[in-house]
Design a protein around this ligand. Structure first.
Ligand SMILES: [Zn+2]
Ligand SMILES: [Zn+2]
Length: 279
């Protein structure tokens, strides 16, 4: 004879057990993730029934040991197999594994000992939190069994996408369009950061794809290790519509700079390409 099946160790059904851990997903804005916030969430929750104090018995009625399992919460089910007689242990369905039976069920919880409620919980979202990170709120999970402690609540943070900004760890990335005249002549431009607008000097001759770093304008590290940067990636925009006057000026510019302008700028890629096409 051997024990097969579920393989669950028989354990004292009356021993205190910690409640289940719960998970809750929360969506927040990009800026809220940077600066953090205090908020209140409402979660569906099972709580110990106040009416019966979790026993499942109608107040004034008695609770006695389950006769079917003798209070162990488990039943041995014998089966004949080609290998002989096998005994499987199953959770006692008469008492749902509690080892106890109530004379009359509690009206509030229907004998479960637990009731479904909604509970408000204050959550502090730390500054610098990132998408997918979890905040653990201790002892706000499912109720403990037989006087055991409650489980924990894990709040999973989902950060909504931003129109301009993108997170890369503690750093923030941002693409910044500039006109081709700004790129050629240089300019001082205003760039958005989560900390407000910042002036940025674009030197004359700036190429598309040039990268600028604004130190300390990123997200604070969620563990308090300093502050990230903001990275600006410049994108030079070539105008799609030109009026006659603009066309005239650009043609004039083209004639003035001629075909030699690329050579003068020592652009190796273009030089190599030109050589390649001349064969
Ligand atoms: Zn109850
Ligand atoms: Zn039982």
């Amino acid at each position: 004879m051997f024990f097969g099946g579920g393989g669950r160790r028989s354990r004292d059904p009356n021993a205190p057990r910690q409640g289940q851990d719960l998970q809750y997903t929360m969506e927040i804005d990009f800026e809220e993730a940077i600066f953090g916030k205090e908020t209140t969430i409402e979660i569906p929750k099972e709580e110990t029934c106040d009416t019966c104090d979790g026993s499942g018995a109608k107040p004034g009625t008695s609770v006695h040991t389950c006769q079917h399992c003798n209070g162990t919460g488990q039943l041995n089910v014998e089966q004949n197999t080609p290998f002989g007689r096998v005994v499987n242990r199953r959770v006692c369905h008469h008492c749902q594994g509690s080892g106890k039976q109530v004379e009359e069920k509690c009206n509030t919880c229907g004998g479960d000992g637990k009731v479904k409620t909604r509970k408000k919980i204050d959550i502090r979202i730390p500054a610098g939190v990132d998408d997918g990170q979890q905040i653990r709120v201790t002892r706000q999970g499912g109720p403990g069994v037989n006087g055991g402690p409650s489980g924990d609540l894990y709040v999973v943070i989902r950060v909504r996408r931003h129109e301009f900004f993108e997170r890369d760890g503690d750093d923030i990335l941002c693409e910044m369009p500039i006109t081709f005249t700004q790129a050629a002549l240089g300019d001082e431009i205003e760039v958005p950061t989560v900390h407000g607008r910042v002036k940025l000097k674009v030197p004359a001759g700036t190429q598309t794809g040039t990268h600028f770093r604004l130190k300390g304008k990123g997200a604070p590290n969620v563990h308090g290790h300093g502050q990230g940067d903001q990275h600006i990636l410049v994108k030079v925009i070539v105008p799609k519509k030109l009026n006659d006057k603009q066309k005239e000026l650009l043609r004039e510019f083209h004639e003035l700079s001629g075909d030699e302008s690329l050579d003068e700028q020592q652009d190796n890629l273009f030089q190599r390409m030109k050589r390649a096409f001349k064969g």
